[in-house]
Design a protein around this ligand. Structure first.
Ligand code: ATP
Ligand code: MG
Length: 563
């Protein structure tokens, strides 16, 4: 796969700086990072930021980045998610080496470490109920209270933990807790639960385990077991770092990865949490995780985004330590920049009205030549059949045009892209609907090159398609999924009420130039004057294209409204 990337010329971000320093001082001989998704949903553009960071750093330093599924919560996880996540990471152009890793592969080691914690008096089995544990934990202003089970003997703890493991207790009746400090100002350090009983089927280990390790406990140890040098995560884990370090220090592990936090990506006009995306999928507000309006990687792919555009986006927004919301326009610009270079130009009339060229010979079809790219001759040409009857865009004609309107209207002459100049003669209006049904014109046979030999100026150029030879296509005009910048800002309003009702407009009467019949599913073209459109990878067929609008040609959201 070809990935166009700009050479890095900016100063290093703070994470890359730390890593460069660690290599320079000899603290580390190489760099090992990891991307640790939980297989409980599809990846979204926020994950792409993390993927580009982790895999990008590994690439730049000739290191390694592991793909590790954090699969410690069997009730919410699914193999379908595992598969989609691998596909997405690969599609973005990254390589995790020999094999995919799973936290569940470490269950035996994690269990052994838990036993060790018990043996050194640093973990205990607690029988408080979940609600009681919460109450005992205290608040930010009040210290917690010690559990009455905190000072059991090592032998009793070992015995009970073994019974938990063997499935002798019911869910919620016993947990294993780290013995740290119930008075710590950091709530995460108040004897956090590290193992719970769950009698669920795990997608990899089946019914082997009746107890599952908690995320914080699992994560640091998995990082350590893989020899991760830098464990990069989002800011909400900052308060968990003392626990990350406590587990590794207390167990005196052979290596101790460094956790570094960065700000997560938030984007305008979307929501990012998997929980909310799942709600949209399950409530059928969208067609699925890969609906082209979803900011999931699979949705973006179907919409026509390229891996390069997403990687460039990640580079453009950079890495920082403070939360912010990036304008959706930044992402849209990246795909425009990319497609502007690589998309073939085509003509398609979305809202056709018929033009009849009165003086054009009946039955004659001429082949006009259109460039696939105006600046890049290497991209070649295609033939455009020209005939007596054509379609043009309904809004390229006005009965009473203003001075600034340079397209077709009474008394006007206009240029047909790669075709002749045509001159208005008359038009026909349907009396019942008030709609214009035909526009009659004449053409100037001397203007096949697009200009008049007598030098007369024609300002407007419009696109067109032969009525006889044109290909009917289905076009879906996609737009932003939400109508407000921050759908979660108003806590009194459900984010689902902020959905943009115009986020998908299906157009069935569009007609495209015949070359569109050869369009491969997944291929993207620019419809001149309209935007970039991708042949839907799943629904488009050779000869019967279904086109998804990837993005308009310019940022028209503010000026033109939602279409
Ligand atoms: P969500 O909050 O969307 O449900 P998550 O954090 O629960 O996502 P994980 O599967 O745990 O999803 O995420 C895998 C990795 O991706 C984590 O390291 C996480 O920090 C990172 N990540 C998730 N969302 C973002 C985001 N919006 N920006 C940057 N990184 C993110
Ligand atoms: Mg998570």
């Amino acid at each position: 796969m070809e990935i166009i990337e700009n050479k890095e010329t900016r100063p290093l971000d703070f994470i890359r700086q730390i890593i460069a320093d660690d290599l320079q001082t000899g603290k580390h001989q190489g760099t090992v990072t990891r991307f640790p998704p939980e297989p409980n949903g599809f990846l979204h553009i926020g994950h792409a930021k993390s993927i580009c960071l982790n895999f990008g750093i590994a690439e730049e330093n000739h290191g390694r980045c592991n793909l590790r599924f954090d699969d410690t919560n069997p009730s919410k996880e699914d193999v379908a998610y595992v598969e989609s996540i691998q596909k997405d990471v690969q599609w973005l152009g990254f390589d995790w080496g020999e094999k995919v890793l799973y936290a569940s592969d470490y269950f035996p080691q994690l269990h052994a470490y838990a036993v060790e914690l018990i043996q050194i008096g640093k973990a205990y089995v607690c029988q408080l109920l979940p609600d009681e544990i919460r109450q005992y934990r205290g608040t930010l202003t009040e210290p917690g209270k010690e559990s009455p089970y905190r000072n059991r003997s090592v032998a009793e703890n070992l015995q009970l933990f073994e019974q938990m493991k063997n499935g002798e207790f019911e869910e919620g009746t016993h947990v294993l807790r780290a013995k740290i400090d119930m008075a710590s100002p950091n709530l995460n350090m108040r004897d956090p639960v590290i193992y719970r009983i769950l009698k669920a089927h795990h997608h990899r280990t089946g019914a082997t385990w009746k107890i599952y390790p908690m995320y914080d406990y699992t994560h640091c140890l998995s990082d350590m077991l893989e020899g991760i040098t830098h464990s990069l995560c989002t800011l909400e884990f900052q308060d968990h770092r003392p626990l990350y370090d406590w587990v590794l220090d207390t167990l005196n592990t052979p290596c101790h990865p460094r956790q570094i936090e960065f700000a997560r990506l938030n984007l305008t006009y979307t929501v990012m949490s998997k929980r909310k995306l799942l709600k949209m999928v399950e409530g059928r507000y969208v067609e699925g995780w890969d609906d082209p309006r979803m900011l999931t990687i699979s949705g973006l792919r179907r919409r026509g985004y390229t891996p390069a555009s997403i990687r460039n986006f990640a580079r453009t927004i950079g890495i920082g330590k403070s939360e912010s919301r990036i304008d959706m326009g930044v992402l849209e610009n990246e795909i425009r920049n990319d497609l502007n270079l690589r998309a073939d130009r085509r003509m398609c009339v979305l809202d056709p009205v018929k033009v009849i060229i009165d003086n054009y010979p009946e039955g004659l079809i001429e082949e006009m030549v259109g460039k696939n790219h105006p600046q890049d001759p290497a991209m070649g040409e295609r033939m455009l059949p020209f005939s007596k009857e054509l379609y043009i865009e309904r809004d390229d004609f006005m009965e009473n045009p203003s001075k600034k309107y340079h397209r077709l209207g009474p008394g006007r002459e206009v240029r047909l892209r790669y075709g002749y100049l045509i001159q208005y003669v008359s038009h026909v209006t349907d009396e019942t609907t008030g709609k214009i049904t035909e526009i009659h014109c004449t053409y100037d046979p001397e203007t096949k090159s697009g200009s008049a030999p007598d030098g007369r100026k024609v300002k407007g150029t419009i696109h067109w398609v032969s009525a006889e030879k044109g290909l009917p296509v289905t076009v879906r005009l996609y737009d932003r999924l939400f109508k407000v910048e921050d759908p979660e800002a108003d806590k009194a309003v459900d984010f689902l009420e902020q959905l943009n009702p115009m986020s998908r407009v299906i157009i069935s009467g569009a007609v495209a130039e015949p070359s569109l019949a050869a369009l491969q599913p997944g291929e993207t073209v620019q419809f001149e004057r309209q935007g970039y459109f991708c042949a839907d990878p799943l629904e488009s067929k050779i000869g019967r294209p279904v086109l998804n609008r990837t993005v308009t040609l310019r940022d028209s959201w503010e000026s033109k409204g939602q279409l």
